[in-house]
Design a protein around this ligand. Structure first.
Ligand code: GTP
Ligand code: MG
Length: 238
């Protein structure tokens, strides 16, 4: 943790200096939910898919489309990385002014899997305290699961606070629901998780400082490498 982050401890940490960044289709769906929930944080939606981005609700939208390619990068995570790198300047501009960022992405597609780690790296360069929330694909999605596992490894190498949410667990928690209801329930759980994490930022920083004293190699326990529960009570009523 840098001196600047330690300095954050003594500040009020207003939510106006926190942002939720959604990356790719799943990330943007979740950031739309955060925006609609009126949580007092900044919301930023980032996608390679310009058309999908139009229907997203967020304070800022950053299209990282690569040239003429329409409809996202269709599962190509290398293209997701390249698109994010090509648009580094606009991504950095959208992030500036925030002290804490929560990046949300579904892993298994090209944009989220590839771009999430690039964006986490940019947050690090801007000295922003960063939490990544990675949605793991359904096990029935086949090869997307392998890609997601690779993406997760890269993400953990650039971000020390990664929470995971399992889409499979969503089905387990909501066995009689339609797929749309399951996704909506999971997304609502992720929104709530972010809100709770935002409330606990001062504690997180305390823990990080404690961990720093004990073991300089680790960033602390709260929010780090944690999987969180999807609680059925988060399921919206239809
Ligand atoms: N919980 C949840 N998971 C989703 C949602 N949409 C997609 N997913 C999951 O996220 C994975 C990645 O999908 P997307 O986010 O649409 O992919 P992308 O990042 O846009 O990548 P490309 O479309 O290939 O550029 C999927 O394989 C699904 O498992 C959503 O709204 N909620
Ligand atoms: Mg997409």
């Amino acid at each position: 943790m840098t001196e600047a982050m330690i300095g954050l401890r003594t500040m009020a940490l207003p939510r106006s200096r926190m942002a939720v960044v959604g990356v790719g289709g799943a990330g943007c769906n979740i950031v739309s939910g955060v925006y609609e929930s009126a949580m007092p944080v900044n919301t930023i939606a980032i996608n390679t898919d310009e058309v999908a981005l139009r229907s997203v609700h967020a304070d800022r939208k950053v299209c990282i489309r690569d040239g003429d390619v329409c409809g996202g990068v269709r599962g190509d995570a290398v293209a997701g990385v390249l698109c994010a790198q090509a648009h580094e300047d606009s991504i950095m501009r959208s992030l500036e002014g925030n002290d804490v960022v929560f990046i949300v992405a579904g892993l298994g597609g090209g944009t989220g899997t590839g771009a999430v780690s690039v964006i986490a790296g940019l947050c690090d360069r801007l000295d922003i305290l960063t939490f990544a929330i990675a949605v793991e694909p359904f096990s029935f999605e086949g090869s997307r699961c392998g890609l997601a596992a690779e993406g997760m490894k890269v993400l953990r190498s650039v971000c020390s606070h990664v929470s995971t949410v399992s889409n499979d667990l969503g089905i387990e928690c909501m066995p009689d629901s339609t797929m749309d209801e399951v996704l909506a329930g999971i997304n609502a759980s992720v929104c709530r998780h972010i809100s709770e994490l935002a409330d606990r930022i001062p504690q997180v920083l305390e823990e990080m400082l404690g961990a720093k004293t004990d073991d300089p190699g680790h960033g602390g326990s709260i929010g780090a490498d944690s999987a969180f529960e999807i609680r059925p009570m988060a399921i919206p009523q239809f």
